[in-house]
Structures are given as structure tokens and as C-alpha cells.
Design a protein around this ligand. Structure first.
Ligand SMILES: CC(C)(COP(=O)(O)OP(=O)(O)OC[C@H]1O[C@@H](n2cnc3c(N)ncnc32)[C@H](O)[C@@H]1OP(=O)(O)O)[C@@H](O)C(=O)NCCC(=O)NCCS
Length: 264
């Protein structure tokens, strides 16, 4: 017999929390989400993450919110999503694109934008007119936006988590460490705001992103991912839910380590 069942039974055998305790816990989680979501600039606590510089790329990071996006920024996000995600989503893309357009502008959508402040070849700062010549995505004077993370604070499986809705970089700035840098920032933001985990969804067809999260960022397939809820359902679904946990409670809920499970 499988011990996964056993570990679930153990959990079920524990004394059930009283209704009052459940309500108190829920209130505490709602308060955490409210406080976390009220922050205007998530970078203010991590000034070292305002700039990213490697040979050939100088970038500046800034915060944003879904209901405060300018029209050119919305257009940029839509264009980049289409360019990067139409392939992995395949026939699901037209429906998914509509969902993403709605999600993009929600007040609970928090952003970190990456602006390219350098001429990639020389490392010098670009003027506005140079930006316009080099990138159609140059929407403001501070340099063109070349990528972004969209994240939210939500309750998942009775646990407050930071959910990464999107992590998108223009192709010419991919593979330069920016994705890792942004995910490290996201994990710091999650910890600072007392979230139990960072959670995200990846299309299985997006093998580069799967590899990035699983191999490089050390995320694991969550117990709430279709393939772990039920392998048969998992085969039908085109995505996996990955997570990185920061507390034992989160680990028990979102990871439920299979190595502790043994046969009897
Ligand atoms: C996936 C993505 C966010 C990764 O960001 P990135 O800046 O390109 O990745 P990084 O340069 O930070 O790479 C970090 C590590 O992952 C590795 N890596 C990145 N992309 C990889 C790939 N396609 N295949 C294998 N390894 C990869 C790098 O080698 C690096 O490893 P190292 O630290 O040992 O050198 C970025 O490529 C992207 O925007 N892709 C298109 C959109 C997308 O798929 N988003 C994810 C949707 S869920």
C-alpha cells in the first residue's frame, strides 16, 4: 500500500481545528494579504535590485500596478505575451489571450518592470530618440521596457502565497541572468511579506521555462498540480503548477514530500 495515502490519513486523524480557530486563521491570512497588497513600491525594501548590470546590459527595475498601466505599457505587455506564449499555448492561445488581457489590468496585479537603460553594444545610456529607433517597445523616456513580472498575493490551499502570473522577457534580453534575478527578487518580496510560498503555472510545452524553474530555480511540482492530484487528469492538462515553499506548513501542504512516504 502506498504511504501517500498514509500521510494523508495521518493529517486527517489529527484533531480537527475548531470553527473559531479556522475563522481566526482565515482572518489572519486575509490581513497578511491586505498588508502585502497595499505596498506601493516593492523595490523600496530591496534597493540592490533596482539595477541589473552585466556586460552589454544595463537595466533599471520599477514597480507598477494593473489599474495604473498606461496604454503603451498595456500594448507592450500584450505584444510580448503574444510573441512569447502563442507557441507554448498552441490552439488554447486565443482563449488564453482574452483571460490574460483581463488579468493584466486588475488592481491586485502587481508588476516589476525592467527597463533597458543602456545601448546593449556599448553599455551607454540611450537617449529617447535612440530608444525609439532601436525598439518599438520604447514607451517612455527612461528607456524601453524589455520585460516584466506580474505577481499577486493570494490564498492557495489555506496558505498565503505569492503567485507569479507572468514572467516575460524580450528575446534579446533572455539568457542574461535577468529571469533568475527577477525570481530572486520575487522570493525576497514573498518572504518579507510572510508568504508561505511562491507558486506559478507553466505550460508543459514551454520546456525552456520548465527547465528554468525546475533545474535552475529549484522549484518543484506542487501537490496541487494536476499531474500530482491525479496522473490521469495530469496527462490531459497542458500545464503544471510549480512552487517553492518557505515554511514547514507550506511544505506539508504544497509539497508533501514523497520521500517521507513508504510502502507497508
Ligand atoms: C524563462 C525566462 C523567464 C528565463 O529568464 P532568463 O533571463 O532567460 O534566464 P536566466 O538568464 O536568468 O537563466 C538562469 C539560469 O537558467 C538557465 N536557463 C535559462 N533559460 C534556459 C533554457 N532555455 N534552457 C536551459 N537553461 C536555461 C541559464 O543557463 C541560467 O543558468 P546559470 O545560472 O547556471 O547560468 C525567459 O527566458 C523568458 O522570458 N522566456 C519567455 C517567456 C516565458 O517562457 N516565461 C515563463 C512563462 S511561465
Amino acid at each position: 500500500m502506498e504511504s501517500k495515502g498514509l500521510s494523508r490519513n495521518n493529517r486527517e486523524n489529527k484533531a480537527k481545528p475548531k470553527r473559531k480557530e479556522i475563522i481566526e486563521k482565515r482572518k489572519a491570512m486575509d490581513a497578511l494579504i491586505k498588508v502585502a497588497s497595499a505596498e506601493k513600491d516593492y523595490l523600496s525594501a530591496f534597493p540592490a535590485f533596482r539595477h541589473y548590470q552585466i556586460s552589454g546590459l544595463s537595466a533599471f527595475l520599477e514597480s507598477g500596478r494593473g489599474d495604473k498601466l498606461s496604454s503603451p505599457v498595456k500594448q507592450f505587455i500584450q505584444n510580448l505575451l503574444k510573441a512569447n506564449m502563442e507557441g507554448p499555448y498552441g490552439s488554447e492561445w486565443p482563449a488564453e489571450e482574452k483571460v490574460k488581457r483581463r488579468e493584466m489590468v486588475a488592481p491586485e496585479a502587481h508588476y516589476v518592470f525592467v527597463r533597458n537603460t543602456s545601448n546593449a553594444s556599448s553599455g551607454e545610456f540611450l537617449t529617447t530618440s535612440e530608444c525609439e529607433k532601436t525598439s518599438a517597445s520604447c514607451v517612455e523616456e527612461r528607456g524601453p521596457i524589455v520585460g516584466f513580472v506580474h505577481f499577486r498575493f493570494v490564498i492557495e490551499e489555506e496558505l498565503p502565497v505569492l503567485y507569479v502570473y507572468e514572467l516575460q522577457l524580450e528575446p534579446h534580453v533572455q539568457g542574461k541572468g535577468l529571469g533568475k534575478f527577477l525570481m530572486q527578487l520575487i522570493e525576497l518580496i514573498a518572504c518579507k511579506n510572510h508568504m508561505g510560498a511562491v507558486v506559478l503555472t507553466v505550460q508543459k510545452a514551454n520546456s525552456a521555462a520548465m527547465n528554468f524553474y525546475l533545474c535552475k530555480m529549484r522549484y518543484v511540482t506542487s501537490t496541487i498540480s494536476p499531474s500530482r492530484v491525479d496522473p490521469l487528469i495530469g496527462i490531459e492538462k497542458s500545464y503544471e503548477i510549480l512552487c517553492k515553499t518557505f515554511s514547514n506548513e507550506a511544505k506539508a501542504i504544497l509539497e508533501e514530500p514523497l520521500e517521507l512516504v513508504h510502502s507497508v
